[in-house]
Design a protein around this ligand. Structure first.
Ligand code: NOJ
Length: 516
């Protein structure tokens, strides 16, 4: 694993909405370069940049039409190269979003693939051999495109109908039109994707977040053919770019890490119980009615299966989820961040969540956002026009800025020592100062009971151990903690826990960390 992941704290940037330097109403790459100091000032040392490649933007750029070209609306390849260099000069890293599973239907490969005459791209995508044959019931296929050209076949799609599925083959071949993973078509796709990675890594990119990484091979019931495919990518990277960090959108760490990924996300879908932390009857609410036990059980299942082979990463949110602020207020968010920033794995903060930016529920869909659109609005910098995001006319912005007069901004949050921003910053600083709070230190849950508060765990690193005690509920909480002798307090919010007669007592809405 690249050494820089040991204490990486990522900040996710949605390029459309971060900072606009040329006044066209949409964020751009030079805007990110200009604001690197802000990200670093918060304490984050790595950035995940959502897709910034040429695209017709039917899915906000997850529908790529040229993998090797920055979308003109964001700038140029040269701008991206400058961003890499500026980040490196600050000791920061930048990972890009790789979308290997599908392209835009506008991609030149697909334009060729649609033709009736055979050509070099005929087998680049997953096609049936008859327009009336589809993919019903086929795992990892989300529908099909048909009748869009003279080619007599249907093409599989992965997500929206604008996103035809690239061909990595079928794990089980049951029809004559299905190709095994080692057929020339799938092999061509694999080599083309290596070229894409090579292109950006050679330019200074530090790795990739990989979109829908677990669904590349079709009819792959146990996922093992996709794992094998990622092992091949791993071997290629080990040879040519051993420092490149890879994180998957997969949500099954036992598979993704076996495939050679360094990190996998806890996702808001699938079996992880992630939503019960911050969103659905959230544990981190002061109502105190949530449950953390089921989450911890699932987490430990994955954690024990992967046994230190890589990182399970917990995001505060992302561009696909409602913002955390929809369910938790600033005070509750502080405790959510105390958890997020003291757990193993590399934490991922979604831009604006350190300020308490809100989810705007009433926005019309933009570029395939649908209900996700409200989480993608412009970053709120200050009290000037458009919250300092852009000098364009408000009606010309990519998405409107939160219209509330009391919307949080970087300016207001940094001026207030008691703000969410400052608490997040303090928590990142504590994490950076203590190896036992960083990515690889072990975690052991000491108290995580059914519908109960508090939550207590121990992190154990090479040189020290830290005891973390969290009580998000609005009432005092206590738990047995036999034999635990806390040492120096290294962090507390709303008062530290006290220890007496083998029990810990935690004030309402509090977090405290002690050396052991
Ligand atoms: C997951 C991405 O995070 C999401 O935004 C996108 O729409 C789908 N994958 C399809 O690429």
């Amino acid at each position: 694993m690249p050494a820089w992941l040991d204490n990486a704290v990522f900040y996710e940037i949605y390029p459309q909405s971060f900072f606009d330097t040329n006044g066209d109403g949409i964020g751009d790459i030079p805007g990110i370069t200009r604001k690197l100091g802000y990200v670093q000032g918060l304490g984050c040392n790595a950035i995940w940049l959502n897709p910034c490649f040429d695209s017709p933007f039917f899915d906000a750029g997850y529908d790529v039409s040229d993998y090797c070209k920055v979308a003109p609306r964001y700038g140029t390849n040269e701008d991206l190269k400058e961003l890499f260099a500026a980040a490196h000069a600050r000791g920061m890293h930048v990972i890009l979003d790789l979308v290997p599973g599908h392209t835009s239907f506008r991609h030149p490969w697909f334009q060729e693939s649609m033709k009736a005459e055979r050509n070099a791209y005929t087998d680049r995508y997953v096609w049936t051999d008859d327009i009336w044959k589809g993919f019903e019931g086929c795992r990892n296929i989300n529908g099909c495109l048909r009748g869009i050209s003279d080619r007599n076949g249907s093409c599989a799609v992965n997500y929206y109908s604008t996103q035809p599925a690239l061909n990595y083959g079928f794990a089980q071949v049951t029809e004559s039109w299905q190709q095994p993973v080692d057929a020339p078509g799938p092999r061509g796709t694999v080599e083309a994707m290596k070229d894409v990675m090579r292109f950006w890594l050679a330019m200074g990119c530090d790795g990739f977040r990989v979109d829908m990484a677990g669904s590349l091979v079709k009819a792959d019931a146990d996922g093992q053919a996709t794992v094998a495919l990622w092992r091949e990518f791993r071997a290629f990277l080990d040879k040519e770019f051993p420092e490149a960090a890879m994180i998957s959108e997969w949500g099954e760490p036992d598979k993704s890490l076996a495939g050679g990924f360094h990190m996998d996300f806890l996702l808001h879908f699938g079996p992880s119980r992630y939503l019960s932390l911050f969103r659905e009857n959230p544990y981190f609410s002061r109502k105190g009615t949530g449950d953390v036990k089921a989450f911890v059980e699932k987490y430990l299942e994955s954690y024990n299966k992967t046994d230190g082979k890589g990182l399970i990463c917990i995001p505060s949110g992302n561009h696909d989820m409602h913002r955390i602020q929809e369910t938790l207020d600033d005070e509750e968010c502080k405790l959510a961040f105390a958890f997020l920033l003291s757990m193993p794995g590399a934490p991922f903060l979604y831009y604006g969540e350190e300020l308490g930016m809100r989810y705007l529920g009433d926005l019309p869909s933009k570029e395939g956002g649908f209900e996700r659109t409200g989480s993608r609005t412009p970053m709120q910098w200050d009290s000037t026009l458009n919250a300092g995001f852009s000098s364009a006319k408000p009606e010309d912005l990519y998405l409107p800025v939160d219209p509330s007069p009391d919307r949080p901004t970087v300016e207001s949050q940094t001026a207030d020592e008691t703000s969410l921003y400052h608490e997040v910053k303090r928590l990142i600083a504590v994490r950076m100062a203590h190896e036992a709070l960083q990515s690889n230190a072990r975690v052991e849950f000491l108290y995580a009971e059914d519908h109960a508060y508090p939550l207590v765990y121990r992190r154990t690193g090479e040189t020290e151990s830290v005891l973390v005690l969290l009580n998000p509920s609005g009432k005092e909480a206590s738990c047995p903690l036999p034999g635990v002798q806390p040492g120096e307090e290294i962090y507390s919010y709303h008062g530290a826990a006290s220890f007496c007669g083998g029990r810990a007592v935690l004030p309402p809405c509090s977090a405290s960390f002690f050396l052991l």
